[in-house]
Design a protein around this ligand. Structure first.
Ligand code: SAM
Ligand code: SF4
Length: 330
């Protein structure tokens, strides 16, 4: 049972850890095209500091970890961290979110280190649109990464696709067909106001309802999967012909804040209670300055204690967070 319960009664057992803010591609809804300001490398938490944080968080009830970034595979020796975190008592689930550009080369080593669950970010199977979105010509490497994971036996493999209106409509159905063919769940993520250039507008969000209509029309009827974990961010549906499922992370049109069980640790050692939080709690100084475990635990508790009821994307008062997605860790 987690000790990390906020003032709205939500328990927190899920931690997302960003291991770097650097990335090898430049998705327009996340990063600027040029002159990205990265954290100095010496300021980024070391694997030992991350492991210590996870031990302390596990002592407070954290059970699930997801490694993210920036692009986590640009961080050297990631399998070493996977091995360390898999061995932390209390951690029951370890997963990775990656753009998969470097995955073919690292998938086996990561598997050998204990990783089984992987989410691969891929918005389109069309080379030109991939290039337009990511400003890099790397689609073939992403597909090689997916293939490598299937060959090695990762499971489940999921694909995260960001849904931007007037851009990816032609990709929604082909991605679902690809998922059905390869036994991969596609999770469509509504475009959120977390881009570095302030490009987000509400009418650029391709909504879950619109995508469900497209998929039902072009492929076949969908039904919501019953008895799923109510705290999971994706609403999951299966095709009624029994072949495959899709998920929707509809943060904008169907906010799920009331069930949120997630905390985040940024690469520069800040604990955040929400992607959209304005405030954050520093643990960098504590971890590097030799503070006792109890001081770090207090910082985590205080972050959880200050958690708001939910983001305000749908209100006039909404203020985007001071950091874009790549710097928070998605
Ligand atoms: N680089 C890895 C990747 O792309 O999967 C991990 C970090 S990335 C920030 C994590 C996820 O954030 C990606 O899978 C992408 O789908 C999602 N993402 C990035 N910017 C977004 C935005 N503005 N709105 C919605 N999702 C976004
Ligand atoms: Fe890199 Fe992931 Fe951001 Fe794309 S979404 S720029 S892959 S960190």
């Amino acid at each position: 049972m987690t000790q990390l319960i906020d003032t709205f009664g939500r328990g927190h057992d899920n931690l997302r850890i960003s291991v770097t803010d650097r990335c090898n591609i430049r998705c327009f809804y996340c990063m600027p095209e040029e002159n990205v300001k990265f954290e100095p490398r010496e300021h980024v938490l070391s694997f030992e500091e991350i492991e210590r944080f996870v031990r302390i968080a596990a002592g407070l009830g954290v059970r699930k970890i997801r490694i993210t970034g920036g692009e986590p595979l640009v961080r050297k020796d990631l399998p070493t961290l996977i091995r360390k975190l898999s061995a932390v008592p209390g951690i029951e689930d370890l997963a990775l979110t990656t753009n998969a550009v470097l995955l073919a080369a690292h998938a086996q080593e990561l598997y050998d280190a204990g990783l089984r669950r992987i989410n691969i970010h891929l918005d389109t199977l069309d080379r030109a649109r991939f290039k337009k979105i990511t400003r890099r010509d790397e689609l073939h490497r992403v597909l090689e990464g997916i293939e490598a994971c299937r060959r090695i036996g990762y499971g489940p493999i999921k694909i995260n696709a960001v849904a931007v209106k007037n851009l990816v409509e032609p990709d929604i159905v082909p991605l679902a067909r690809f998922g059905r063919e390869h036994g991969i769940e596609i999770r469509y993520i509504e475009f959120m106001p977390l881009d570095a250039q302030g490009l987000w507008l509400r009418d650029k969000v391709l909504s879950a309802d619109e995508m469900i209509a497209m998929l039902s029309r072009e492929i076949g009827p969908l039904e919501e999967i019953p008895d799923r974990d109510p705290r999971a961010p994706a609403t999951e549906y299966r095709f009624t012909d029994g072949i495959g499922s899709v998920g929707f992370i509809a943060s904008v049109t169907r906010p799920f804040c009331l069930n949120c069980n997630r905390l985040r640790l940024t690469a520069d050692g800040k604990v955040r209670y929400c992607l959209f939080a304005i405030e954050e709690t520093d643990v960098h100084g504590l971890l590097r300055g030799g503070a006792p475990d109890e001081a770090v635990a207090d910082a985590i508790r205080s972050c959880v204690g200050g958690k708001w009821i939910g983001h305000q994307i749908n209100s006039q008062q909404f203020v985007p967070p001071p950091r874009p997605m790549y710097s928070i860790g998605g």
